[in-house]
Design a protein around this ligand. Structure first.
Ligand SMILES: Nc1ncnc2c1ncn2[C@@H]1O[C@H](COP(=O)(O)OP(=O)(O)OP(=O)(O)O)[C@@H](O)[C@H]1O
Length: 310
């Protein structure tokens, strides 16, 4: 299957570096989550890959070829971008049929993808009447129509109901298991962690991380351990004597900075202090992601001030 190759890709709009010397490869057989805060350049990168915008410099290719060079592009690359671009006066079925004709795709695929996306019953309705979630499903149906080796979806969960969110996760995993190259953008780390194996993270158009989820977590800060003990004060005293910082949780558990669970266990055993529960405290993906992108988020909400004017 084909890779998506982005090489020194740069796109300037008047006064904005939407994408800035970006280099990464999206490999087959896994779901790559494409993450970044609002305005980080994810959609622009996808548009450049699809030939919908021209790079200022650098290149974006699929299996070594520019998107525009494919004779029947939907048979190579399926993409969900802006579903508002779909013509509202057509029925869903007719929209898909028009795509099959233009790309030499067998007609039976229309019913197959309608079924796959749960739209069979709505297929005779005009797209203009569709809800956001239905449009998203239709966008996914169009992306799958040509049975492509490369699938690129920009925020596919947008507007989907909870059943739809679970469905899309399963679909992404299946597409990757079939050996396809799958790139999926999102702002939400927690959501991405549900389906992605690999992450490409952007901030202000630049590459911040290109890593497996596992490595991303492992490299995201010093260790921490958490314990529960019948006499926590004894172990807290033993740890602080050794220079370790501790935080008391509301649930009675104690969090220890800079140590792994096995280190805390060794100290407790040496001091003869019983411990009821002891675990490594892993930073959540969301925390690791926020830390990584903190300096590159352009639009940050501030907590309302609690200071009283005097
Ligand atoms: N056609 C355009 N003309 C001018 N500026 C643009 C255009 N398209 C994108 N930009 C700018 O490029 C930057 C990157 O936008 P882009 O939509 O690629 O980000 P994104 O990561 O997809 O954001 P979001 O998560 O909010 O959808 C933003 O500052 C945006 O305003």
């Amino acid at each position: 299957m084909e890779t998506i190759d982005v090489q020194q890709l740069t796109k300037h709009y008047a006064g904005v570096r939407a994408v800035d010397r970006l280099t990464f490869t999206v490999c087959p057989g896994r779901v790559t989550g494409f993450l970044g805060p609002n305005g980080a350049g994810k959609s622009t990168t996808m548009r450049l890959v699809l030939g919908l915008a021209r790079p200022t410099s650098g290149s974006a290719t699929i299996g070594g070829r520019a998107y525009g060079s494919f004779h029947a592009p939907l048979r190579h690359v399926g993409a969900l971008l802006d579903t508002h671009a779909i013509q509202g006066s057509r029925t869903a079925r007719n929209h898909l049929r028009s795509l099959t004709v233009a790309n030499g795709i067998p007609d039976r695929r229309v019913e197959e993808v309608l079924d796959e996306t749960g739209l069979t019953e709505a297929a005779h309705r005009r797209v203009g009447e569709f809800s956001l979630g239905m449009r998203q499903r239709l966008g996914v149906a169009a992306a799958l129509l040509g049975d492509p080796g490369v699938v690129m979806l920009d925020e596919p969960s947008n507007g989907l109901d909870p059943e739809g969110v679970v469905w899309i996760r399963g679909l992404l995993r299946r597409l990757a298991a079939e050996g396809r190259t799958v790139l999926v953008s999102s702002h939400l780390m927690s959501e991405t962690a549900e389906f992605a194996d690999h992450l490409v993270v952007l901030g202000r158009g630049r590459l911040l991380a290109d890593t497996s989820i596992r490595t991303f977590l492992a490299g995201s800060g010093p260790p921490r351990a958490r314990f529960r003990a019948p006499q926590p004060a004894r172990l807290v005293a033993a740890l602080t004597r050794r220079g370790h910082s501790v935080e008391l949780g509301e649930d009675g558990r104690v969090s220890v900075g800079g140590l792994r669970a096995e280190d805390v266990g060794t100290i407790a055993a040496r001091e003869g202090i019983p411990v009821l529960e002891l675990t490594d405290e892993r930073m959540s993906l969301e925390q690791a992601y926020l830390r990584l992108t903190a300096d590159d988020a352009q639009f940050v909400s501030r907590a309302p001030s609690t200071r009283q004017e005097v």
